[in-house]
Every structure is written in C-alpha cells, then in structure tokens.
Design a protein around this ligand. Structure first.
Ligand code: FAD
Ligand code: DLZ
Ligand code: SF4
Length: 511
C-alpha cells in the first residue's frame, strides 16, 4: 500500500529521508499554511522565499514522477495547519495509505504535532531522522553525556575526527584544528567585496511576491527588490560564486563590518542550507576541494568550523535543552525590545550608527552577517537587559534563514547568556570592539572614545553598567571575567555613579 508523506517548507531536499524511497503510488502533501506563515510576523522576504521555493520543489517532485498534493496560500482556507493537511488527505483518500511518513522537523512545536498524530491517528506514523545533518539529536546527547559545560571546540574536534574532514590521517590539516586568530582582520579602506549574485524572479516568484504583498505586506521588512534563490540551481550558483569570488577573503574578514556592505565576504548560503536546497555535506566537500585548489587555510577551516562545528552544535544544543530552552532567563532581564527594532524610519529613531546600519540592512535584505547579529544587535540586547522572549521573537521573524533550531541557541546561549550551558561568559563588548571591527563609528552621532555624558557611545557605559548590575553573579565566580572586575573594582564612586546615571537615562528613553 501507499504512504502519505508530508514535506515541510524547510525540507526541500531531493534526498530527504522520507522522499528517498518514494514511489508514484505515494502521495506527497505540501501546503502554504496560515499557522506556519503567522506563528511570528515573518519578514515578507522570508515568506516569499519559502512559498516560492516550495512551489519550485513541488514541480521538481512531479517531474520525478511523484504525486504531489500542493496547497497554495488561501487566507480563507479551512486547512490552516499541518494537522489539517494530514486530516484532509486521509479523509479524501480512505484506505489508501498504510502509513504516514515524516522527516524529523526543525522545531519542538512541530515535533509535538507529529507525536500527537502517533497517539491520535489509527495509521502508523513514522518519523525518520533528518539525515541532512551530520549528527542526530541522539548522537549529540550521547556526546554531551553528563558534561556540565558543552564546549563547541571539543564537539568540533570530535566531528573533524569522526568525519575525517580537513584531516591528514590523525592530524588536522595545517597542524591545528582552529585558525580563529586569523579570522579577525579589521576592515581596510580599500576593501571591495564583490557584488552579490542577484537571480531574477521568474513567473512563479512574481506571483508569490504579489500574494505575499497582499497578505503579509504589513510585516516588518522590504519585500522588493527580491533576489533570493528559490530553487536548487540558484542555490548552487550562490555557493559556487562564494567559492570563486569571496572565499579567499572570507577567513580574514569574517568579523569585519563596513557601512554600505551588508554581505562583505560571507557566503549567503544559510537560507538554502536551512530550507534544504543545499546540503551541508556538499558545502563542506566544496570547501575542501577549494583548499586542494589553493584556498587559504584560515578561510577553509573558518568556514568548515561554522558548518561542521557551530551549525551542528547549536542544533544539538536545541534538541538537548528543549522544550524548556525558550523560557531561559538566567540574568532575569525584563526590559521590552525598543520599538525602533521594528521601525521603518530608523534614521530618526536611533542615533546609534551601528544599530541603524545593522537593523536597516536586516529590514532590506532579511539578512545580517554573523558579527552584526552577535556583536552589534545581540550585544545591545544583552547590555540593555532586553527580555529573551522578545529578542527570540525578533530574530526568528526578521531573518530569512531563521528556524527555531538554529535561532534559539544563538539568542539564548550565545548573545543573551540566558542559559550558561555553552557560553563560558557573556559576549559583552564596549564601543571599542565595534570601532575596531567596523567603520560605523566615524559617522555616528556619538563619539566612541567618550565614556560618559551626552556625546558618549552608549555601548561604553552600558557595558560597565551590565557588569555592575551582575557583579554578585560574576565577580570572583568566573575566572574569564577576573580582568573585567579587576578594572571595574578600581573605578571610584564618582565614576560608578556617572556610569549608572548615563545608563539609566539612556535606558529610560529607549521606549
Ligand atoms: P557565513 O558567515 O558565510 O557562514 C557560513 C555558514 O555557517 C552559514 O550559512 C551557517 O549555515 C553557518 N553558521 C555560521 N555561524 C553559525 C552559527 N552561529 N550557528 C549556526 N550556523 C552558523 N543562522 C541561521 O542559519 N539561522 C538563524 O536563525 C540564525 N540566527 C542567529 C542569531 C544570532 C543572535 C546569531 C549571533 C547568529 C545567528 N545565526 C543564524 C548564525 C549566523 O549569523 C548566520 O548563519 C549567518 O549570518 C548566515 O550568513 P551566511 O550564510 O553568509 O554565513
Ligand atoms: C517558516 C515557514 C513558513 C513561513 N511557511 C511555511 C508554510 O507555509 N508551509 C510549510 O510547510 N512550512 C513553512 N515554514 C517552515 C516551517 O515553519 C518549518 O518547517 C517548521 O518551523 C519546522 O522547522
Ligand atoms: Fe555604535 Fe558607539 Fe560606534 Fe556609534 S560610536 S557606531 S553607537 S559603537
């Protein structure tokens, strides 16, 4: 008998576990669904990316001779959720299926829904491992064992040894596992990153853009111009162009930021990796092949570390720590997210050039590169004490590559220190870091070298205010912060008062 398969909007891989052995007798259901399109106010570009990529993928499946029941978005549809979709398929095809076949999803919420079907439906429901990842949640759990601190570097070395990627026998290629110290060049005057590849929307995408504009046009973010890839061919072109045009400088300038250069030397492939148009294995293989062809080790290792290391690690943490993970708030931060995060007029809503640049670029492209997400926007949310739930929702909504398994650990564990299972200290930085790694400060209303007063860079007093506020937790209890507190403890009362009053004034006028 036939199987009923449900393929989600981030499972668009020809070799998806559930699709590998699909036959013409099986029925594959896919749907542009209200529940999925609205569980947060996704950036319109993100919705358009997913809907258009789903439509293209459905066509490819049909070309493979498979049978697809595809539901285009309809605001009045009675089918609004994955459960509705499955129930309707079962009702329309009585006695046709012997089982429901699913691939492990990217979100706890959806896994719960799948598990409910296992309990409620009369048909067997099989959930296959998502083989697109190197490590299953189960294998990660075994690796984590009873470790109290999960260290990405240890995980990464284990992965390098297990997979043999970038290894020469037992030894890491280049003599060391990690070339991070060669990934921190500040931007130079003459840097000229290549223009990003801009695929032109085809008929299918144009139709989707109109639909998204009608129904989701009020969400934060610019829908047009739209130049994201929506099929396998375009995704591969992004990857190939990265290797040819950007890879050489990726390593050195991985942490650098320049006004007017949203993409720098980054790969721009997270969208396609996360929805399944590219596979992590092929990306790693291409990077290794580029190394054989002469690409520098700091670029190759730095890039592979992000994919084989960080990407797999955060997924492991997500499944290990969920379902409680999204309610973590170790530092008890309660401030509301400032409204300018959702603003269409950032020019007037904040004077902080670094935040303005990073958020307006997010609005325009549904993209910001890692250091903007981590050290500008994330750092601000940490120092200003923003409530983790509000930060999570923002990051999940505004980036086209955002899915909970990858967004949540980056927000909860990495930027906010709302859970301390993998960060050994908060990623807090003053304006000096942003000034060193970007050219934002030279056109800012604030002066980065000023520590206090109206002209001072807010990151400077917010930084010390953060460590004052959490002195009891950290001072003397975290060796990695000994130097920070040695400096702080030399400040006289007047300096401390200035820091606290500047921080208070700034925070009071945030909303
Ligand atoms: P590159 O800089 O070229 O890196 C190559 C690839 O490495 C990326 O495509 C991505 O797949 C992977 N990678 C790099 N860093 C990370 C990381 N920290 N965690 C997981 N994978 C990583 N990435 C997402 O894919 N989705 C998210 O929702 C997301 N949210 C983030 C939230 C915060 C607060 C932070 C600090 C980082 C977040 N990241 C997220 C990680 C990273 O910022 C993006 O993967 C990256 O900016 C995507 O751009 P790129 O493809 O040009 O990446
Ligand atoms: C993010 C998203 C959006 C916006 N819309 C859909 C959709 O209409 N149909 C669908 O199958 N998937 C969509 N997705 C992706 C899902 O939300 C994603 O599969 C789950 O969050 C699990 O990662
Ligand atoms: Fe950002 Fe401060 Fe530099 Fe302005 S001075 S761009 S607020 S770091």
């Amino acid at each position: 008998m036939a199987n009923l398969l449900l393929v989600l909007g981030d499972q668009l891989s020809a070799d998806l576990a559930s699709l590998k052995h699909a036959t013409a007798d099986d029925l594959i259901v896919m749907g542009e669904l209200k529940t999925e399109a609205t569980y947060v106010r996704h950036h319109p570009k993100k919705i358009a990316l997913i809907f258009s990529a789903m439509r293209h993928f459905a066509i490819e499946l049909r070309e493979r001779g498979l049978s697809v029941d595809y539901h285009e978005y309809d605001p009045d549809a009675t089918v609004t959720s994955f459960t509705d979709l499955i129930q309707q398929s079962l009702a329309q095809n009585p006695n046709r299926f012997s089982k429901i076949l699913l691939t492990f999803p990217g979100e706890v919420r959806v896994l719960k829904e799948f598990k409910r079907w296992q309990d409620d439906l009369e048909l067997p429901v099989e959930i296959l491992d998502d083989t697109r990842f190197f490590v299953t949640p189960k294998a990660f759990k075994e690796w984590a064992g009873d470790k109290t601190q999960l260290t990405m570097e240890h995980f990464y070395r284990w992965q390098r040894q297990t997979t043999g990627v970038l290894m020469a026998g037992e030894e890491p290629v280049g003599g060391q596992y990690n070339f991070d110290k060669q990934n921190r060049e500040p931007p130079k005057q003459k840097l000229n990153p290549p223009k990003a590849y801009e695929p032109r929307p085809d008929e299918i995408t144009l139709e989707v853009l109109d639909l998204v504009e009608t129904h989701f046009g009020s969400h934060f973010g610019d829908l047009r111009p739209f130049h994201l890839g929506v099929n396998r061919r375009e995704a591969l072109e992004f990857l190939n162009r990265f290797i040819e045009e950007r890879f050489e400088h990726f390593g050195a300038y991985q942490d650098a930021m320049m006004a007017g250069e949203p993409f720098m030397y980054h790969s721009l492939i997270s969208f396609y990796l996360n929805i399944g148009l590219l596979s992590a294995r092929e990306v790693v293989e291409k990077a290794e092949a580029a190394f054989e062809a002469g690409a520098p080790i700091n670029s190759v290792e730095g890039f592979i570390r992000q994919i084989l290391g960080w990407r797999e690690f955060v997924r492991g943490v997500y499944w290990l720590k969920s379902p409680e993970y999204d309610s973590k708030n170790l530092l008890n931060h309660q401030r509301a997210l400032p409204s300018f995060f959702w603003s269409e007029s950032l020019e007037t809503d904040t004077h902080m050039a670094c935040l303005r640049e990073s958020i307006s670029q997010t609005r325009e492209h549904a993209y910001a590169h890692h250091i903007q997400r981590l050290m500008v926007i994330g750092n601000f949310c940490l120092l200003a004490g923003i409530n983790p739930r509000e930060v999570q929702e923002w990051y999940l909504a505004v980036y086209a590559d955002a899915f909970e398994w990858v967004e949540l650990p980056n927000v909860v564990g990495m930027i906010l220190y709302a859970d301390d299972s993998f960060a050994t200290k908060p990623y807090a930085a003053s304006g000096a870091y942003i000034n060193r790694m970007s050219n934002y400060c030279k056109d800012c209303h604030y002066t980065v070298s000023h520590k206090n007063g109206d002209s001072a860079c807010p990151f400077n007093y917010l930084y010390w205010n953060f460590f004052l506020r959490h002195q009891e937790r950290f001072d003397g209890n975290n060796p990695r912060l000994n130097r920070t507190y040695a400096t702080l403890n030399r400040f006289d009362d007047k300096k401390i008062q200035l820091i606290q009053s500047d921080a208070q004034n700034f925070l009071d006028q945030l909303n």
